[in-house]
Design a binder for this molecule. Structure first.
Ligand code: SAM
Length: 335
């Protein structure tokens, strides 16, 4: 293949994909009500998950097409056995310059030293409440102390940390101020995210606490809030409270105002490639790997798949809804 590596994975709208998010499992040890029903979802039998060899092969081939950044997510990634071995192998792939992880923090603390050693770039810690009781009400699990231990450990190990808080009407919007205050002395980024319709059912929250609502709430408590430069391709609009050590971000994940700069594709726990969080999966990569496709043909398939990426998440969602009204759980997609 003699195309320029920089431009191979380009969609028909001119966007270049250099970021792959990999859900390594669909299992989770929390039951956040906005993500999964209380009884959980129908987990895949183990052989239906992508093996580590398959994940590495996909990553290697996509790296050869210009993917540079990887995020490992799930389900809860640390529920998958030998995760650290997979992470190490990913760092050895030529062309991968940034390895990141999204975790709920329950099982993460014992791995922090090794994560630092292998050069993890950023860890995103999902944390929707700083109040132990409210944490339990949202996650339906009593794991608050372990998550807070992980947060402290991340800072002690000097690992770049982002806290992701999904803001939900009537559940935790009253904690926005307290979350923002975490950035006073801690050099972390706290990002407030709109709830999205991915809870594994057809019963969705009718009233979203929007990005604008979040901004209004922040400005109410911190009138001096300043907009700051945001990272390239980031879905997050960045802010800072003057003289605070860390920064804030608002992610309009439901309003979808950032599709124009999208640079990401996803590999779900079920082994399908998604061009968009809101599409229904555009390539059964597990299936084609298991029928013995060559690396050359695999790369060609990836190139063609990316070209089919929809212009934005609204179009992708309309197409998906032609087939089903039931949303996947975010635990399968990986967020
Ligand atoms: N278990 C890991 C964790 O909790 O970070 C990784 C997987 S989890 C599905 C990834 C992110 O998706 C979490 O931050 C979670 O809060 C977010 N998420 C799940 N369902 C969501 C929804 N319906 N709307 C917005 N964010 C959601």
């Amino acid at each position: 293949m003699n195309q320029d590596k920089q431009t191979i994975l380009t969609d028909k709208w001119g966007r270049q994909m250099d970021y792959l998010r990999i859900a390594v499992t669909d299992r989770c040890n929390l039951r956040c009500f906005y993500c999964m029903p209380a009884e959980g979802i129908q987990y895949l039998p183990k052989k239906e998950l992508m093996s580590y060899e398959e994940i590495l092969r996909v990553t290697q081939n996509l790296a050869e097409l210009g993917v540079k950044k990887i995020r490992i997510t799930g389900g809860e990634p640390f529920l998958r056995k030998d995760l650290m071995q997979l992470l190490r192998k990913i760092t050895e792939i030529d062309g991968i310059t940034s390895l990141n992880l999204t975790t709920n923090g329950v099982l993460t603390y014992p791995h922090l030293k090794e994560l630092k050693e292998i050069g993890i770039d950023h860890i995103n810690l999902s944390l929707d409440s700083l109040d132990k009781q409210n944490f339990f009400a949202i996650t339906r699990r009593d794991e608050y102390n372990k998550v807070m231990q992980t947060l402290d450990g991340l800072l002690d190990h000097g690992i770049k940390t982002k806290i992701n808080m999904v803001v939900m009407n009537g559940r935790n919007e009253h904690e926005i101020q307290a979350m923002a205050k975490l950035t006073k002395n801690k050099n972390i980024s706290v990002r407030f995210i709109e709830e999205m319709p991915f809870n594994g059912s057809d019963d969705q929250n009718a009233k979203i606490f929007s990005a604008q609502d979040i901004l209004d709430e922040l400005k109410h408590h911190y009138p001096a809030l300043q907009k700051i430069a945001q990272e390239p391709n980031s879905p997050s609009t960045a802010y800072q409270i003057p003289d605070y050590a860390g920064s804030l971000g608002i992610i309009a994940a439901y309003t979808r105002s950032f599709c124009g700069t999208c640079n990401r594709i996803r590999l779900t726990a079920t082994g399908s490639i998604k061009n968009c969080l809101y599409d229904e999966g555009v390539l059964d990569v597990k299936g084609i790997l298991r029928t013995g496709i060559s690396d050359e043909a695999l790369k060609e398939t990836f190139i063609q798949t990316v070209q089919r990426k929809e212009v934005n998440g609204f179009v992708a969602e309309i197409n998906r809804q032609k087939n089903t009204q039931i949303t996947e759980s975010m635990s399968t997609i990986g967020g």
